[in-house]
Design a protein around this ligand. Structure first.
Ligand SMILES: Cc1cc2nc3c(=O)[nH]c(=O)nc-3n(C[C@H](O)[C@H](O)[C@H](O)COP(=O)(O)OP(=O)(O)OC[C@H]3O[C@@H](n4cnc5c(N)ncnc54)[C@H](O)[C@@H]3O)c2cc1C
Ligand code: SF4
Length: 405
């Protein structure tokens, strides 16, 4: 490993206009970090990564590198690109435990962060690093959001999130676990109690339903509920998964690691939402794929599909008369998520769009002054790096707001 990342660092051309940086949604200064790494300035490289992207240690593992940094490296046009994410992982991982925090001068203002996912964690770290008192509220008992309760352990070890918590402790970030905002406590209560600004990074945690018969049967489950705690579910050996997005791929791979022998994913069309590499991994793990299967209902014995008829362009042009009855011990629905509506229902003036996603202006401010938002709760299910990039913008806007109010 050490040799491979050193080789990759040596191969970097130090381009004047680095395409890798352009391909990275948070504009990681890749050539500069590589230069520091080559000079043995590990902590400096780590600091640069962390200050540019507080989620660097996670992004290096879960980003779609082929579509982003590595996919844009000019060396990749004729051969193998620099796999910067491996260097980033090494550097950011080392930095996580060794970083020495110099306590900033206190601003005397406190901010509330709702949601301890990538967006909330990023905002909290930036505000705390700038001297604001930060308290994070989360309805789960640990930090991480979808990093912990969505992305499976075999892709992202939870110990990294635990180590990140220590870094947050060093920054004096307070954490109130098992605390839902929009129930006993509301955003108004936070302003009443002296928080100068509120950040909402509550993500999308309501599984979308299909509105079909059978969704409440005992052997039918939602993908994100299953991933949050797979041990709690009895799924049997034959599992049918409805949907073929990235979440569905994680569900399939998790099920195969939790006793399922036959796992099949079903999609209505041949165009699917999952990235190619996520699908390749699921295939390597042994998952099967069935296209042209439109879910009609779910029976106790398993799902029932209408079978699509495709034209020469793979467009669905109709359905066969006979239904396809599939036998499955469990059926798992993984067809996307939407935000919960507790905050909108309990905060006067807080507006969402027709999908329930929060409406924000160019400064990430919601329709209530002093309330900011970023990440999945604004855009729907997206990526860790996108949440971090927008959270940076929101944190800057919050600091400006707090200075002026
Ligand atoms: C299964 C799965 C796999 C994924 N794989 C990848 C991947 O490989 N790469 C990638 O880049 N992205 C991946 N993603 C997407 C990525 O995890 C999200 O885009 C990212 O986590 C969004 O960050 P966020 O902070 O906006 O929201 P979240 O991570 O969803 O965090 C929101 C937090 O808010 C809390 N919360 C919600 N409502 C309230 C409330 N009312 N009060 C208090 N707290 C509340 C939640 O408990 C949660 O902790 C995946 C997502 C899933 C579901
Ligand atoms: S943040 Fe993601 S896309 Fe950007 S350099 Fe790191 S791994 Fe690549």
């Amino acid at each position: 490993m050490a040799l491979t990342i050193m080789n990759d660092a040596q191969r970097c051309l130090q381009c004047k206009v680095p395409m890798c940086k352009k391909g990275c949604p948070i504009a990681t200064p890749i050539p500069e970090v590589i230069a520091k790494f080559k000079e043995g300035k590990l902590m400096e490289a780590g600091q640069q990564l962390f200050e540019n992207n507080p989620m660097s240690v996670f992004c290096s593992i879960v980003c779609d590198h082929q579509a982003q940094c590595a996919g844009h490296c000019v060396l990749g046009r004729k051969g193998s690109p620099v796999h910067f994410y491996n260097i980033e992982k090494f550097v950011s991982d080392a930095y996580l435990d060794r970083v020495r925090i110099t306590k900033p001068e206190k601003k005397g203002k406190k901010a509330a962060v709702l949601g301890a996912g990538p967006a909330g964690m990023s905002v909290a770290v930036i505000l705390a690093s700038n001297g604001y008192d930060v308290t994070i509220f989360d309805d789960n008992n640990q930090i991480g959001g979808m990093l912990r309760y969505g992305i499976p352990e075999f892709r992202l070890p939870k110990t990294i999130i635990d180590r990140y918590k220590k870094l947050m402790n060093k920054l004096d970030i307070r954490f109130r676990p098992n605390t839902v905002l929009g129930e006993a406590l509301t955003i108004d209560n936070l302003f009443r109690d002296g928080y100068a600004a509120v950040f909402v990074g509550t993500g999308v945690w309501r599984p979308k339903t299909l509105g079909i018969e059978g969704e409440s049967l005992p052997n039918v489950h939602f993908g994100i509920s299953y991933l949050a705690n797979p041990e709690a579910f009895t799924i049997g050996e034959n599992v049918a998964i409805i949907g073929m997005g990235n979440v569905a791929m994680d569900v399939a791979r998790t099920a195969l690691r939790h006793g399922a022998q036959n796992v099949t994913l079903y999609a209505r069309s041949k165009r699917i939402a999952a990235s190619e590499h996520e699908m390749d991994y699921a295939r390597l793990d042994g998952a099967q794929f069935e296209f042209g299967q439109a879910i009609e209902k779910i029976e106790p014995e398993g799902p029932v599909f209408k079978v699509a008829i495709f034209d020469e362009n793979d467009k669905v042009v109709g359905y066969e008369e006979e239904l396809n009855h599939v036998k499955a011990d469990a059926t798992i629905l993984a067809v996307s998520q939407a935000p919960k509506n507790k905050l909108i229902l309990t905060t006067e003036g807080l507006e969402g769009n027709e999908r329930g996603l929060l409406i924000t202006d160019d400064n990430c401010m919601c329709t209530v002054p002093g309330v900011f938002a970023a990440g999945d709760v604004v855009h729907g299910s997206n990526t860790v790096v996108a949440a971090a990039a927008e959270a940076k913008k929101a944190a800057a806007a919050m600091m400006e707001y707090m200075e002026n109010h």
